[in-house]
Design a protein around this ligand. Structure first.
Ligand SMILES: *Cc1c(COP(=O)(O)O)cnc(C)c1O
Length: 383
């Protein structure tokens, strides 16, 4: 079982689980670039047999993230979508899952295009309203899948309340914790059963590696996920595991700086006459602000904003200089996306419109640049 001494949040991030190579003392945990491992003799193993089953570099990363999320076990996958796919393999034809209606487009796509075909049933609802969750739960509901803050409207779902609703119907609570990471939010501590991550985003933090994680607190779920991981095989490679381990070391300093920048930019956007509305979890007028403060220790650095004029939104994408017009989020570089045609293109138009994902909406992932430069870039781009 992963163990990290009771030390401060940033110390935990820097020192990981073992934290260094016990054989040589190397401060940087080694990349065990080996597919297979020699057995000392018949019926003997070093603990490692074949890297799809386990690899020491991946194991160090999995144990580190399990400890950070207050979980018992973590499984590292080759992408966030591979991690979410592995979680869906826990369910069987006829099972029903309640899902946040404001969510990552790729998650919607894998549910609708892949898992519906296998007989799983999904209902999408506004999980920031507990009454909507209750109204969606059915006799065959086996899980509630939430994103909080949601993507891209930054709605907040109360994790504890969701857990209470799930308990009364024997459903699992699955939280996509990509936007806040365990540095700001630990859903397992609030009673959730499964945490998933796109490690591509804040955990990696440098827009250079794809990765995904599943973290659980329960031995039975852990055994079932281990079987799914080794059987289906979308494991994270040793080098990519090392990159994420290195990324995690600076997660705390990155997030603090990104959040500080995001707060200033959100305030600045609010005062801009061309901006219609700003969606950021850290603004006191955000609907879920009080719940955010209760269940998370930070608001993160994802901001969505709508411009009064759709042409202006389109123009911003062509005019930004320092901020890159690119998909993804969470890295040190600030990125701006157009959810309606990029991250959320897979979501049906009717659903997008209901949520407010329209031609006027832009999503900004705030990086660690000097905030004055980011504001100046936005100012010249918005015009
Ligand atoms: C990016 C993302 C995913 C998918 O992760 P990949 O690493 O791109 O496969 C899932 N959920 C959220 C919230 C994301 O932002």
């Amino acid at each position: 079982m992963p163990k990290i001494r009771s030390i401060g949040a940033c110390s935990k991030l820097v020192h990981g689980c073992k934290g260094f190579d016990p054989h040589t003392g190397a401060i940087s945990f080694p990349i065990y670039q080996s597919a297979t491992f020699r057995h000392p003799g018949p019926n003997q193993s070093t603990g490692y047999d074949y890297s799809r089953l386990q690899n020491p570099t991946r194991e160090e990363l999995e144990n580190t993230l399990a400890a950070l999320e207050s979980g018992k076990a973590c499984f590292a996958f080759s992408s966030g979508m591979a991690a979410i796919t592995a979680v869906m393999e826990l369910f069987s034809a006829g099972d029903h899952i309640v899902v946040s209606d404001d969510l990552y487009g790729g998650t919607y796509r894998v549910f609708e295009e892949i898992f519906r075909k296998h007989g799983l049933e999904f209902s999408y609802t506004d999980t920031s309203d507990p009454e909507c969750i209750k109204a969606s739960v059915k006799a065959n509901t086996r899980a509630i899948f939430i994103e909080t803050p949601s993507n891209p409207m930054m709605k907040i779902t109360d994790i504890k309340v969701t857990v209470e609703i799930a308990k009364s119907s024997d459903a699992l609570v699955i939280v996509d914790n990509t936007f806040l990471t365990p540095y700001f939010q630990r859903p397992l501590e609030l009673g959730a059963d499964i945490v998933v991550h796109s490690g591509t985003k804040y955990l990696g933090g440098h827009n250079d590696t794809l990765a995904g994680f599943v973290v659980v607190n329960d031995d039975d779920l852990s055994d079932r996920l281990k079987l799914i991981q080794k059987s289906t095989g979308a494991v994270l490679a040793p080098f990519d595991s090392w990159l994420i381990l290195r990324g995690i070391k600076t997660l705390g300093v990155r997030l603090e700086k990104q959040q500080e920048n995001a707060m200033k930019i959100a305030e600045w956007l609010k005062s801009n006459p061309k901006v219609e509305k700003v969606y950021y979890a850290g603004l006191a007028d955000n609907e879920g602000y009080e719940i955010s403060k209760k269940q998370s220790s930070g608001f993160g650095s994802m901001i969505s904003f709508s411009l009064k004029n759709a042409e202006d939104a389109n123009r911003v994408l062509g005019r930004v200089k320092l901020i890159a017009f690119a998909e993804s989020l969470g890295g040190v570089e600030s990125l701006i996306t157009y959810p309606v045609v990029q991250t959320h293109a897979a979501i049906p138009q009717e659903m997008r419109e209901r949520l407010g994902v329209n031609e006027k909406l832009l999503r900004l992932s705030v990086g660690i640049e000097d905030v004055e430069d980011l504001v100046n870039d936005l100012a010249q781009a918005i015009g």
